[in-house]
Design a protein around this ligand. Sequence first.
Ligand code: DP6
Length: 342
Amino acid sequence: MKASEPFITQWQSPSNIALVKYWGKKGFQLPSNASISFTLDACHTTTRLAATPGDLHLSIRVNGKEQPSFLPKIEQFFKHISELFPALKNFNYSIDTSNTFPHSSGIASSASGMSALALCVVDLLADLNEESFSPELASNLARIGSGSACRSVYGGLAEWGKHANFTGSSDEYAIPFTGYDEVFNSFHDDILIVHEGSKSVSSTVGHSLLNGHAFATQRFEEAEKNMSRMKAILHSGDLDDFVDLVEREALMLHALMMTSTPSFILMKPETVAIIDAIRADRIEKGHHICFTLDAGANVHMLYPEKDAHYANELITSKLVDYCENGRYIRDRIGRGPKRIHA
Ligand code: DP6
């Protein structure tokens, strides 16, 4: 970097959907159990970072408009990462970010947003000769911003959290999960928007309610086993077992919310109606369309390419009626982040 010129970089990074869920933290931003996710494609964030020498100061624009409400989270992020890399304290940062999906759609933008920003910061660290570029470092920094974001730095599938059955796994960063059956290469995720707008309980608060939760120990043991089961399923391509495990994981996540102190429910009547309709259709037609849930009311409908015609029919004939303003997003497994010429 020349002293008088800003350093500029830009990344596009996708969201992801967990198959085995991260719910509960230990220490600082470390997961209580390992998790594994599909990286998405259509749902992504593009972030441009301009760093000018100066005292640490931040400005952020979302879709071209100043967004001071986003500042506290980003300031916290820079505070934490500049403890690891003090050279980051010597800049003013100007951040321009945009999502392909509306902020109000209820789709978590933290995974794509924090991974895109972390990738930009790793470019800066490389330019400063502090660290060479690595996805692991980007994943580690993304985790500090938002846990699930650390899985978005890889295409395909990503695993996060120390687990004996996943060689090279770590609580500090995600690793790519490879060698899975080819049926998963073309998996779809249609996101049915049941509720636009913010959630009644944030993920961060939800995670903290696992401390002292009556079922926490059982959950972490079950998640550990589900990771091994999921690994075997992803390798074999057994779709009956995939459907069963993915849906149980989603419902276990929401069961934990419903049994927290205080308890809370993020599902809406339409969420349950969609779940019932997917299951009834599967029994009737023998396809492999299943559902999973994030920490929210929206339903992610996962299915292999061979079942795409069943999925289209099910959405247009029935499920669209349960979606707020008839909205849904068609997505699929994606190839991971891209550096974009700034
Ligand atoms: C239910 O990553 O949003 O989506 O680390 O506090 O930012 P923070 O939480 P976040 O939690 C996501 C939880 C989940 C499951 C998952 O993605 O594994």
